[in-house]
Design a binder for this molecule. Structure first.
Ligand SMILES: *Cc1c(COP(=O)(O)O)cnc(C)c1O
Length: 355
């Protein structure tokens, strides 16, 4: 990626591989960061009190239900450190976010992968909560779900999650990773946050890296039962979230008009881009996130190479067991136009690779 940036320069390189927000953060973020530059020599607030207070109000939870992390990635890894280990099971879904597998492997736990919905299903390759429930054993300490999921973009309704939680032994904690929750435009909210009050084994994670546009500052959070939070608080590094991140996230959270603007623009571009790609003969998975999982068949790797040659960088997902697909971040109207133009050029070159 660094080599591509040098070759194309940041202006002409179009990075569609990391699900970053092309509209950037709230305009209130830069002034907040500039004023916190005066205290670079000081440690950040180890409790992140102002941000926790703002998150408590935003999500209608108590402050002692909130954990802050150096990105939600840090918290996802630490849950398994705190609650799993050798001789325990961790359950995740096929095509689930890669960090869950790493979190399990890092502590030597036994990973159980539940088969996803098959191609042809209404939610192809999405989490099958019945399969996941069947994978849970008496030794299961953690279940990792993503809603919507990365890299598939698929989602599940809150009712299904609640039924799943009801059938689960209380010895299993369930992490619902809502990194893309702000992008969801379904008729009813998918978020698991309202279930926290009734299910003490539920953990919901969120991040400022995606819709809030602050990926570089590394601020994520988890909402959970105070007992879970207090175990994690003892495990974490004291100053895991830096003061620029704390200041930026606090003002970004306050600017919900910006979040609505990003969500609406993304939803409009997501629909248009999916339609344009489908018209060119490539199936697109349903998505409630800011990216699309596209099936390019046996040409996926050749198309990826050709796009990169022209400075457009999608995300290969062969590592997820999806060698026929590429994951593409939904960009601005202009960015998506550039991608579609390139796809048209490539389609006119049928000798690009095996069809
Ligand atoms: C991007 C992403 C995250 C987290 O990112 P952080 O920057 O570490 O907060 C978490 N889960 C999923 C599914 C993601 O795609």
């Amino acid at each position: 990626m660094v080599a591509l940036r040098e070759r194309f320069g940041t202006l002409s390189l179009l990075e569609l591989g990391a699900n970053e927000n092309p509209y950037g953060p709230s305009p209130s973020v830069v002034p907040a960061i500039l004023s916190s530059l005066e205290s670079l020599h000081r440690y950040p607030d180890p409790r992140g009190a102002a941000l926790k207070q703002a998150l408590a109000i935003h999500h209608r939870v108590d402050v002692d239900q909130i954990l802050l992390g150096n990105g939600s990635h840090e918290l996802l890894m630490q849950f398994s450190q705190a609650f799993a280990g050798p001789d325990t099971d961790v359950v995740a879904a096929q095509f689930g976010f890669a960090v869950y597998t790493l979190a399990c492997q890092a502590v030597g736990a036994n990973l159980r992968i539940a088969a996803a919905y098959p191609p042809g299903h209404l939610m192809p390759r999405g989490h099958d909560l019945d399969e996941i429930a069947r994978s849970v054993t008496a030794a299961t300490r953690l279940v990792y779900l993503a809603n919507p999921n990365n890299p598939t973009g698929t989602w599940f309704e809150r009712d299904l999650l609640e039924r799943f939680l009801q059938g689960l032994p209380s010895t299993a904690l369930v992490v619902v990773d809502e990194a893309y929750a702000e992008y969801v435009t379904t008729e009813t909210s998918l978020s698991a946050v309202p279930l926290l009050a009734r299910y003490p084994n539920l953990i919901v994670t969120g991040t400022f890296s995606k819709c809030y546009g602050l990926a570089t500052l590394r601020v994520g959070y988890a909402l959970a039962d105070p007992a879970v939070v207090s175990v994690m608080e003892r495990l974490r590094e004291s100053f895991n979230v830096n003061s620029l991140g704390l200041a930026a996230a606090t003002v970004a959270l306050a600017d919900q008009a910006h979040v609505v603007m990003v969500r609406e623009r993304n939803a409009m571009q997501r629909t248009r881009l999916a339609e344009e790609i489908r018209q060119r003969g490539y199936p697109v998975h349903p998505s409630q996130a800011n990216f699309l999982l596209v099936e390019f068949g046996s040409r996926a790797a050749a198309i990826e190479c050709a796009l990169c040659e022209h400075g457009v960088v999608p995300r290969p997902v062969a590592g997820y067991g999806l060698p026929d697909c590429l994951r593409i971040t939904v960009g601005t109207s202009d960015q998506n136009g550039r991608l579609i133009g390139l796809l048209d050029d490539l389609t006119e070159r049928p000798n690009l690779g095996p069809v």
